[in-house]
Each structure stands twice: as C-alpha cells, then as structure tokens.
Write a protein that binds this ligand. Structure first.
Ligand SMILES: Cc1cc2nc3c(=O)[nH]c(=O)nc-3n(C[C@H](O)[C@H](O)[C@H](O)COP(=O)(O)OP(=O)(O)OC[C@H]3O[C@@H](n4cnc5c(N)ncnc54)[C@H](O)[C@@H]3O)c2cc1C
Length: 346
C-alpha cells in the first residue's frame, strides 16, 4: 500500500516547516506521504506499538494484507518521516506541548471507542466492546502481548451490529475457536453498513445471522454470579426512514426470545477519540457527535491545528480517510508556506 506521494529520489533534502501528525492510520499516513514530498519535517506519533491504525489492528488479514501496509510505512521511513510509537498523546505526551513545539499539528486519531448499549446486564463479565476486543486480539496475534491476556470467548458468542466491526468481530470469534457465533442485527442485511456480501461470507463460515432483532437485556448465569449466560432479544420490523435515511427498526411487542451465550461483542458504533489532555479541549471545538469541527481547509478552531480522517468526519472507510489526510496535507502545506492566511473565528 503506497502512502508516499512522490518518488523516493524526489523527496527534497532541505526542510521547510515542521509538522506533527497524531495518528498513524490511513489519514495520518496519507498526509505524511504528501507533506514529506513537499519538503517538510514530519513526525508521526501513535499510541500503538506500530503504525497503520485500523489497517493493522482492526481489519483482518484476508481483507488488508499487513505486509503491504508495512511496506508502505517502510517507504515513508526511508523518505525521512519519523515515527514515534507507543505514545498516547493526552497522556504520555501533552497535546499542548506538541502544539507549542511544531509549526503545525494534524489530528488523525480516528474513532477508537465502542459505543455501548445501555441495557440491563451491560456490566456483566463476558460483555465486551468489539473494537477494544479486536485490537487486543491483534496485539496478541502480532506478538505485542501474551495471548492469555485476551479473555477467551467460550463456546458460544453473540455479536451485535451490522458494520465492519461486527463482521470482523465474528471472524475474530471464529479464529479464537468459538464453535457457535451468532450475529444479531436490528435491520436487514440490505441496510447493513458492511453490505450483504460480508453477511454471506460469514454464513459460509458457519455464522448464524439473525436479522431484525435487537438485544433487550443480558442475562446473568445462575451458577456464576456476575457472568453473562444469555441475551434476551426482541424482534423488530422496519418503519419509515429515520434521520439516516434507512428504515427505522421498531420493536414487535411480545416477540422476545433468548439466545444462550458465553460472551457478547457489542459493535453498534464507534466514538471519535480526539487526543486531548485531561480536563481541556485546547480550544478545539467538537461537533455534537464528538467529531472535530473544521472549516473546508481542515482547520480546527485552534490556530496551527488541523484534523482529518474519521476523527473529523466520523467512522468511514479506508478510501475516504486516506483522501481526507491527503486533502488536509495540501492546506497544511499552504499554511506552512504562508499561502493560507488568517484562521477561522480568530
Ligand atoms: C474492525 C474494523 C474493520 C474495518 N474494515 C474495513 C474494511 O474492510 N474496509 C474499509 O474500507 N474500511 C474498514 N474499516 C474502516 C477503516 O478502517 C477506517 O475508516 C479508517 O481506518 C480510518 O482511518 P483514520 O486514519 O481516520 O483512523 P484509524 O485507522 O483509526 O487510525 C487512527 C490512529 O490514531 C491512533 N491514536 C488514537 N488515539 C491516539 C492518541 N491519543 N495518541 C496517539 N495515537 C492515537 C491509533 O492508534 C490509530 O493508529 C474498518 C473499521 C473497523 C473498526
């Protein structure tokens, strides 16, 4: 996968401005690959032990071969991009200090927190946020932590959701040896963000897909207090389109039924995760959904600070995230060479 936007031999030697990019997913890598070609000093900081973001730690190998991502990162390194991994901005390093230290900052930290269902039993042991579980599993799979540190999922697992995270949680459950994987989704596969093809692939691997159902509560084991043993589901029917344009799922009264399970992976949405220091937003305005507000030039409400990728536009796909990083890099470059004047609201 190529992130460098020019030939290696065309990367300028002299450095113009300095940019720190927080987040080494497709948005951050795409921006790094353009800015270094424009002759800027580029440092990429990421909390994970290696760059790649969800390309490495979220998406399964069969969809994105990891050696291709790693080759793209290696080329960026060769071009002079510096990577600092294993550093959580906002915790190990202060965002405020980075803003002070560099000529420009690009925030590209994605959406690294699962939205959780607020239903009875959500706190039971064995109920996990799917993204957190997947990331932990990949960390173990690539040798960054012991596999024993990732909790086993048992014999049966229920995955809730209809997007890539839900689909990939099913693949991870199968890889972990779960015998019976159930995917429950409140609409039909036609409306699912992952698309019907992904559902079909899951069924071919033995996953039982339940469309038009939603969890109502998680059931505690009678013999093991505090541990999940089942999910009460309710059937849904589709109504008029909601604000997303998709038909609204409406619960069918009296249609409840129970699925026994040893674990649950919730994948019902992801939350944007800006790398703020504790107790401050640094003057960086957020939209109502938690994404970072920017103007059309990718400028946040804080001078010097730009944002791109899923943390700016919400959960998306590799293509839009990569494009967003590349687009942002053009405006960062113009800012650094003095061609982008002023700042929104200032
Ligand atoms: C499980 C899963 C499967 C998916 N499968 C597909 C697919 O098959 N095809 C597709 O097109 N899209 C897929 N997507 C969506 C796609 O992966 C994302 O849209 C894309 O990766 C977003 O790119 P990004 O650069 O904005 O953020 P990310 O790829 O999320 O990268 C953000 C980076 O920021 C780092 N970071 C976060 N917080 C901090 C911090 N405080 N300090 C330092 N670093 C930080 C993270 O470690 C990460 O490396 C999938 C998403 C998920 C969750």
């Amino acid at each position: 996968m190529r992130f460098l936007g020019c030939r290696l031999e065309d990367v300028p030697v002299a450095r113009r401005g300095s940019v720190v990019i927080i987040g080494a997913g497709p948005a951050g890598l795409g921006a790094a690959g353009r800015l270094v070609c424009r002759g800027h000093e580029v440092v990429v900081v990421d909390k994970m032990p290696e760059p790649g973001g969800l390309l490495i730690f979220g998406i399964p190998e069969f969809r994105i071969p990891k050696d291709r991502v790693r080759a793209g990162v290696a080329e960026l390194r060769e071009a002079g991009v510096e990577f600092k991994t294993g550093i959580v901005v906002g915790k190990d390093v202060s965002l405020e200090n980075l803003i002070r230290e560099f000529d420009a900052v690009l925030i590209a930290t994605g959406t690294w927190e699962t939205r959780r269902l607020r239903i009875p039993g959500a706190e039971l042991e064995g109920v996990y946020g799917a993204l957190e579980y997947i990331v932990n599993y990949f960390l173990a799979k690539y040798g960054y932590r012991p596999l024993e540190s990732v909790p086993p999922l048992g014999e049966r697992s229920v995955v809730v959701g209809g997007g890539y995270t839900a689909v990939d949680a099913c693949h991870v459950a199968l890889e972990r040896g779960v015998r019976e994987v159930h995917l429950v989704y409140r609409r039909t596969r036609r409306e699912a963000p992952a698309g019907p093809e992904e559902f079909k692939r899951l069924e071919e691997r033995g996953v039982v897909v339940h469309e038009l159902v939603s969890p109502k509560r998680y059931i505690e084991c009678s013999g093991r207090r505090g541990r999940v043993c089942g999910v009460e589901l309710i059937r849904m029917e589709l109504g008029e389109p909601d604000e997303t344009g998709r038909p609204r799922p409406i619960p069918v009264p009296g249609s409840e039924f129970i699925l026994e399970t040893d674990s649950v992976l919730e994948a019902v949405g992801l939350r944007p995760t800006p790398p703020f220091d504790p107790g401050t937003d640094h003057g960086i305005r957020l939209n109502r959904d938690g994404t970072i507000w920017t103007d059309e030039f990718f400028r946040t409400s804080r001078r010097k600070v730009f944002a791109a990728g899923d943390v700016r536009h919400g959960p998306s796909k590799i293509g839009p995230a990569l494009k967003s990083g590349i687009d942002a890099s053009q405006w960062i470059h113009k800012y650094l060479v003095g061609e982008l004047k002023g700042w929104p609201g200032l």
